[in-house]
Design a protein around this ligand. Structure first.
Ligand SMILES: [Zn+2]
Length: 843
């Protein structure tokens, strides 16, 4: 055996939550299913835009009933959505949704791919989508996935012919799919890809239609179905004890952060697909018609097929190991197949079956969940042959330079345990989502290593390679190095083994607003990825800002432990913004990343490394009044943002609203979608309006206009109708309509410049009809659309004022957009220019 370095690390860093990512241990029914799939040589690719767009019924049907190799290409990772189960948003939500898609595919039997397109938020039209995405690159990625996967059939979730009828990302996914259908086979298209793959022509493409695209089941009944295929996807699989639609429900149930948890369905159900490319099959249930999906499809495949079909026909469910000699023979013959695509693909599938029928257990588990470049970790290896077959472990390697000439005979059911020491090379890269390694643009991730494009996740840090001798025939099996451990209340657990920095840092607030020239203390937490970590930390900052002290020494004894240090940040006198970024020096090395752990029970724990930094903003903001009452709606960070600029914000429990309890507030703000989600509010609305009447100031943020309405007829003191109007272009031009209104003058003068630097959108669910008492303050619109005037409207009522706004303050304030702060301060100050004199204005 190789020399074993003795280097003891005593502290195990384990995460609080961990997922039982236990290796698959297939039953003989599952082995038989894999054999059936091995004997089907056809591939289907489903294409859409987001995690959850995919039709899991169809993916499961193609994978489990047709036995085709089936994959879902989601153009984006779903960064732009909401998260119903935790705090992850934007790129972190994309990481979670990537894992939920992989979890769904583990259930329905599909595979998962992505492009570099970023889900930048709602888009009304594919023209906008394909401008913000780099169309050439996203199309190239679709072509790349088609050329590598070589699907016979492509199925689009959306219709490429109806731009504007759904999310622009949706239509774009179908348009790019249709374009790529021909391009994949054109050697002049993306020729640089052809050094590592080959051209490919899919046979046909479909649009996965349904009554939903026709408005009603009745309309769909009448629709022309001459180009449609349909088949019953409610089939029952006795070997699984499940119906296809039950599997599909279980798969889509993995989309938990989107609230997809629901009961499973069973029974006959028709699925429709409409031909958009290629020839229509005569058999309307066979999408592979005209494609040879047997082993005779490939040159040299017939001999392989003869052996494997015979095994399938006489499969022994009681003693599948009986088939090992013939499986090995088929493997030998498969190596003579000249077509590299099929040889590689089917070799991998066949190897898994060979391991499974032998009951062979191979595992390499690191004793810690992570180490760092240059670090050392012990690896426990377990090798066990649970069949009577003659199998030997010829060698075991982890890194290329690892050499082990041991020839160990694997006797039936005699476990072999080995312990290796892995010395991680200094130049080893960190384990983190590859698409977040570099800063991307609004519409695209930047991926420097082109070989990673399309892959769902970063490849495992290390693989253990077992070279096995099966009755005189050598087969190499690779297994990722995992971390296996146990917890008394959870049992045995697995998580990925990772390479992480020796030091990472964390700033509590990602945006810090300085509303005056007072200094603020900024805590920075250092987390040790190695024991005995000793170094210095400093805070990078813009030149016109001051930070003390210049550096702080620290020592952290144990890996996984943290230490918090405080820097004092002094803003400049005039308005300014920039970033502060902690930098840790340990010896000659510096570290500037933050480590974020995403841990849920339904997906493997994810470690994400991002630049550790916060935005700092020095605002010259005037405000009047300081006591704000906040009624929480669906949840937003507006209260924390208002506190940052010096307001005192009190949360109001709607149950406690009584006449007279509100007068103490200078203004009351209603959180986003409060009337949608807080039922009590409709009983308390009259008290809120009385508060306005008596001189109060009520600010209502956006609520959604459902078809049934809000279930409240006095949302405002005057007529007010919500619509679905939204302005999604965050840089669209904004005109100030009411130039002399105090809203745009007091206490902060507002100009068009205050709409610079907004993020994601302007606003949503604007009212489109209101009573004459209201004054619309602003006008804005997306390109090519009519201007909308309902983003911010104000009406005096009694002695006070009522404001309704669909402007997306819930996004802009946490992002530190200075103009949004000034407009909000003016909303909170309205009416106070008449009752208070200048000396009360607090700077
Ligand atoms: Zn979607």
């Amino acid at each position: 055996m190789r020399k074993i370095l003795v280097f003891f690390i005593g502290i195990l860093m384990t995460s609080l939550h961990a997922f039982a990512q236990a290796p698959k241990k297939p039953t003989s029914s599952e082995i038989y299913h894999s054999l059936q799939k091995l004997n089907f040589l056809g591939t289907a690719l489903y294409i859409a835009a987001h995690p959850d767009d995919e039709n899991t019924r169809l993916i499961s049907y193609l994978s489990n009933n047709v036995k085709a190799k089936t994959a879902y290409l989601s153009l984006t990772r779903g960064d732009g959505g909401q998260n119903l189960i935790g705090p992850e948003l934007r790129e972190l939500l994309g990481v979670l949704r990537t894992q939920e898609l992989l979890a769904a595919r583990r259930v329905d039997g599909g595979e998962q791919f992505f492009t570099r397109a970023n889900d930048f938020g709602y888009s009304k039209h594919p023209d906008e989508t394909l401008t913000i995405w780099n169309k050439k690159d996203v199309l190239g990625d679709v072509v790349w996935v088609i050329r590598n996967l070589k699907p016979d059939v492509i199925i689009n979730r959306f219709d490429h012919r109806t731009p504007g009828s759904t999310h622009g990302h949706h239509t774009s996914s179908a348009m790019l799919s249709v374009e790529a259908f021909d391009m994949a086979n054109d050697e002049n298209a993306y020729p640089e890809q052809l050094t590592s793959t080959t051209t490919w022509q899919p046979k046909r493409a479909f649009f996965n239609t349904s009554w939903w695209f026709y408005g009603s089941p009745e309309n769909f009944e009448k629709a022309d179905k001459s180009k449609m295929l349909n088949f019953d996807i409610g089939v029952y699989y006795p070997t699984k004890g499940l119906s296809n639609n039950e599997i599909a429900s279980m798969a889509s149930n993995q989309h938990l952060c989107q609230g997809f948890g629901r009961v499973t369905t069973r029974g006959s159900q028709n699925e429709y697909i409409e031909l958009v490319k290629g020839s229509l099959p005569n058999d309307e249930t066979n999408i592979f018609e005209g494609v040879n999906t047997t082993w005779s499809r490939v040159s040299g495949g017939k001999a392989v097929g003869e052996i494997l079909y015979a095994i399938e026909k006489s499969f022994d469910f009681i003693d599948p190991a009986k088939h090992l000699p013939n499986l090995l023979l088929a493997y030998k013959k498969l190596q003579e197949v000249p077509d590299a695509h099929w040889r590689n693909l089917k070799s991998k599938e066949l190897k898994d079956i060979i391991v499974a029928v032998s009951g062979l257990y191979l595992e390499a588990s690191a004793q810690e969940s992570s180490t760092y470049p240059g670090g050392t970790v012990k690896i426990n290896v377990e090798v066990l042959n649970r069949s009577s077959a003659k199998i030997a472990l010829k060698s075991l390697s982890i890194l290329e330079d690892y050499e082990d000439g041991t020839n160990l005979n694997l006797e039936e059911n005699k476990k072999i345990n080995l312990e290796l020491t892995l010395n991680v090379p200094e130049n080893m890269s960190y384990t983190s989502p590859y698409w977040l390694a570099e800063k991307g643009s609004l519409g695209m991730y930047t991926v420097a290593d082109k070989s990673l494009i399309g892959k769902p996740e970063t490849p495992h840090a290390f693989m253990a390679t077992f070279e096995l001798d099966f009755e005189g025939f050598s087969i190499t099996i690779e297994k990722p190095i995992v971390h296996r451990y146990s917890k008394p209340d959870k049992g045995e657990l697995y998580q990925p083994f990772e390479i992480l920095p020796q030091a990472t840092t964390h700033l509590t607030d990602k945006v810090v607003i300085f509303a005056d020239s007072k200094a603020k203390d900024i805590p920075v937490t250092i987390r040790a990825g190695a024991s005995g970590l000793k170094g210095k930390i400093s805070l990078e900052h813009p030149q016109d800002w001051q930070v003390t002290p210049a550096a702080i020494d620290f020592t952290i004894a144990e890996k996984g432990d943290q230490q918090t240090v405080i820097f004092t940040v002094v803003p400049p006198e005039k308005e300014s913004e920039g970033t502060i970024a902690p930098v840790v020096s340990v010896g000659q090395k510096t570290y500037s990343q933050e480590l974020i752990e995403i841990a849920y029970d339904h997906v493997p724990t994810q470690s994400v490394l991002l630049s550790s930094e916060s935005k700092i903003v020095r605002l010259n903001i005037q405000k009047v009044g300081e006591n704000i009452g906040y009624i929480v709606g669906a949840g937003d960070e507006v209260p924390e943002s208002l506190e940052q600029i010096g307001y005192k914000v009190h949360t109001i429990d709607p149950n406690n609203i009584q006449p007279g309890t509100l007068a103490k507030y200078d203004a009351i703000v209603v959180g986003i979608r409060a009337y949608n989600v807080v039922d009590e509010l409709k009983f308390k609305q009259r008290h809120l309006l009385d508060y306005v009447n008596e001189g109060g100031n009520l600010i209502v943020q956006y609520n959604t206009a459902s078809r049934r309405g809000l279930g409240i007829d006095n949302l405002a003191p005057y007529p007010l109708k919500l619509s679905r109007d939204r302005v999604t272009e965050e840089n669209s031009e904004v005109k100030i309509l009411a130039k002399n209104h105090s809203m745009v003058n007091f206490p902060n003068p507002i100009t068009e410049k205050d709409f610079d630097g907004w993020v994601q959108e302007r606003g949503l669910y604007f009212p489109n009809e209101w009573g004459p008492e209201f004054t619309p303050i602003l006008s804005m619109g997306d390109s090519g659309e009519a201007e909308k005037q309902g983003s911010l409207i104000v009406a005096p009522y009694g002695k006070g004022n009522y404001i309704y706004t669909g402007l997306s303050f819930f996004r802009e304030l946490p992002a530190g957009v200075s103009g949004a702060y000034k407009i909000f301060a003016n909303m909170l100050s309205i009416g106070k220019d008449k009752v208070e004199n200048e000396s009360d204005i607090k700077g």
